[in-house]
Design a protein around this ligand. Structure first.
Ligand code: ADP
Ligand code: MG
Length: 233
């Protein structure tokens, strides 16, 4: 769990954390709205990346899916717990996105939501567990390992970065920002890799030299989460 970075005075107990210790339903809604805006803004870029090593629909897929998620979550009562909102987001993605990324992200968000359960708020440890569950779901469904040039190459470094940052005593804002940085580095590091999963793998060695679209959008989603957490009142 999150610890204060402020030194304790003698005998002091139950220190209120300096940083944010928990996030709640409003953070999830803000995250998905930020994600929808970011994916829309970067839609052409994501599509270009996918045109180089796939079929050129990744920007459209993500835009359609997250726009639908934004609307679905906007209609929810403020009492719905964060985990339930993520499950709804996941279901919405599965039903609106036809490409590989729909079921993959849909399952990831659903499993992250299940990991959070019905608690009204969650902290760093729960976020780590939710991200781990999301990655496990993507691996179960798509069988990609790190280095296969997929979204896993952004998500795994994000999870590792989040865990390391929290272990160092960072608050949620700093830890999720570190996770987003790690995700972007991971996405950039897909350039020299040869794709071994998904459509890009059909290109064999010709997939080398291009950034993976799914890893790139995964980094956008992690950045959107960092933005949402940093705006938490
Ligand atoms: P499609 O490939 O069906 O057109 P998208 O273009 O929306 O779907 O998504 C492509 C992205 O999905 C890839 O860049 C990659 O990151 C991700 N992806 C594809 N297959 C897998 C897989 N088996 N495991 C993890 N991620 C995958
Ligand atoms: Mg595609």
């Amino acid at each position: 769990m999150l610890r204060s970075t402020r030194p304790r005075s003698a005998g002091e107990r139950d220190v209120v954390p300096v940083g944010i210790a928990t996030v709640k339903s409003s953070t999830i809604t803000a995250w998905m709205q930020e994600a929808a805006a970011s994916v829309r803004e970067q839609s052409d870029y994501l599509t270009q990346l996918d045109a180089a090593i796939g079929d050129g629909d990744h920007g459209t897929n993500m835009d359609r899916g997250f726009t639908a998620v934004g609307s679905a979550l906007a209609g929810q009562d403020g009492d719905v717990p964060p985990g339930r909102l993520l499950i709804l987001a996941g279901k919405t993605l599965v039903s609106t996105v036809g490409g590989a990324s729909g079921p993959l992200w849909g399952t990831a968000l659903r499993r992250a939501g299940r990991a959070l359960g019905d608690e009204p708020e969650f902290g760093g440890d729960e976020l780590v567990a939710a991200l781990d569950a999301a990655i496990e779901a993507v691996v179960e469904l798509g069988a990609a390992q790190p280095g296969d040039k997929t979204m896993i190459d952004a998500l795994q470094p994000a999870a590792d970065g989040l865990r390391a940052s929290l272990a160092d005593g960072a608050d949620m804002v700093a830890a999720v920002a570190a996770a987003a940085d790690a995700a972007l580095e991971g996405a950039k590091a897909t350039v020299p890799l040869q794709a071994r999963k998904g459509r890009a793998s059909y290109l064999g060695e010709r997939s080398i030299g291009h950034q993976d679209p799914g890893a790139t959008s995964a980094a956008l989603l992690m950045r959107a989460l960092a933005e949402a957490v940093s705006r938490e009142p």
